[in-house]
Write a protein that binds this ligand. Structure first.
Ligand SMILES: NC(=O)c1ccc[n+]([C@@H]2O[C@H](COP(=O)([O-])OP(=O)(O)OC[C@H]3O[C@@H](n4cnc5c(N)ncnc54)[C@H](OP(=O)(O)O)[C@@H]3O)[C@@H](O)[C@H]2O)c1
Length: 304
């Protein structure tokens, strides 16, 4: 398969490496001419996984390039997905496969509805990667990735091919529920860690933080139940508590985005949840409160 990867950040380059190692063709689609020049200058990127560092040098291009795209993996942050997709849309062949691997919800559903001719897949991953220098990627942990088809068209061939690339990949028959479960955990943990500027585990240490988390979880449970979405066999608070405990020393991506003054994924996490609750006429004051608080912090950081 020839994969074009749109969003050559931590997750995009991690998958570029995995696909190359498994023998697939990979082309990176970079954001700006400056980024492309830096990539050419760096002569590719490196990935350090434990004691091993490997170099990769897949070709890179801009969205305006003319070659057709058969397999497109989008790994931008969720707020950039629609614009990134729009820039390459005309290059997609009929029946192209589109795989969206990002946090949050909204873009996956929007692109599936707007492009019925495409085979659209979504993913949810616990892989971890970050840059310690430009174009030098560190694999922080080997996680699991679930993927599932959102479009009616297509078959499971894509999963069969990708399962040979990553043996921690599994096929979800109900991907929407998988995305909701991840969304629910993110709603419970991410905004609060950003607001309290703390690690995940520090949410559990103080009565007021635990109470805020419990309130968010209660609202998410109520809305999911009303929408007929099965989250977990137990209450979200119990599940989120375990996740916060297991990842106690980690800073959430939203805490990091706020502290580094980058745009956050709040609109596709709590924002998506609140919009669904509003449509169902269910009041979710605690989630609306943290949504507004994170929006205000983002505005303070210069992001609308
Ligand atoms: N990193 C992790 O460990 C991890 C783990 C689980 C899930 N995730 C999720 O995976 C997604 C990606 O995260 P990440 O950490 O890989 O983010 P990232 O490192 O910020 O990478 C995103 C990349 O997308 C690029 N981009 C943005 N708009 C673009 C456009 N229009 N055209 C082409 N490229 C564009 C960015 O380029 P510029 O920098 O030039 O804008 C950046 O290189 C997020 O939803 C995140 O929450 C990440």
């Amino acid at each position: 398969m020839h994969w074009h990867i749109l969003g050559a950040g931590a997750i995009g380059l991690l998958w570029a490496a995995k696909l190359k190692q498994a023998g697939h063709r990979v082309t990176l689609i970079l954001h700006t001419p400056e980024k492309l020049a830096q990539y050419v200058e760096a002569d590719g990127f490196s990935l350090t996984d434990g004691a091993t560092t490997e170099r990769f040098n897949p070709p890179a291009q801009l969205a305006a390039h003319q070659t057709p795209i058969t397999h497109l993996l989008i790994t931008t942050k969720s707020f950039a997905v629609i614009d990134a997709f729009t820039a390459v849309r005309s290059r997609l062949v009929k029946n192209a496969r589109l795989w969206l691997l990002h946090n949050g919800m909204g873009p996956q559903q929007q692109l599936t509805t707007a492009n019925p001719q495409l085979e659209v897949w979504a993913g949810s991953t616990t892989d971890g990667a970050y840059f310690d220098a430009p174009w030098h990627l560190i694999r922080a942990g080997t996680g699991t990735t679930q993927i599932g088809r959102l479009s009616n068209s297509g078959n499971d061939d894509l999963f069969e091919a990708l399962s040979k690339v990553d043996n921690q990949l599994s096929l979800a028959t109900d991907m929407t529920s998988v995305l909701w479960r991840k969304l629910a955990i993110n709603c419970a943990i991410n905004p609060l860690t950003a607001l309290y500027n703390c690690r995940n585990g520090e949410l559990l240490k103080y009565t007021d933080r635990r109470a805020a988390m419990a309130q968010l979880c209660k609202e998410v449970d109520e809305v999911a139940h009303a929408l007929g979405i099965t989250l977990f066999e137990r209450k979200l608070m119990e599940q989120a508590w375990d996740v916060a405990e297991l990842t106690a020393d980690n800073y959430s991506s939203m805490q990091q985005d706020i502290s580094h003054q980058r745009p956050t994924e709040i609109e596709t996490i709590t924002g998506y949840f609140c919009a669904k609750a509003d449509q169902a006429h269910i009041a979710t004051p605690a989630n609306h409160l943290v949504l507004e608080a994170i929006r205000n912090m983002s505005k303070g950081n210069g992001h609308d």
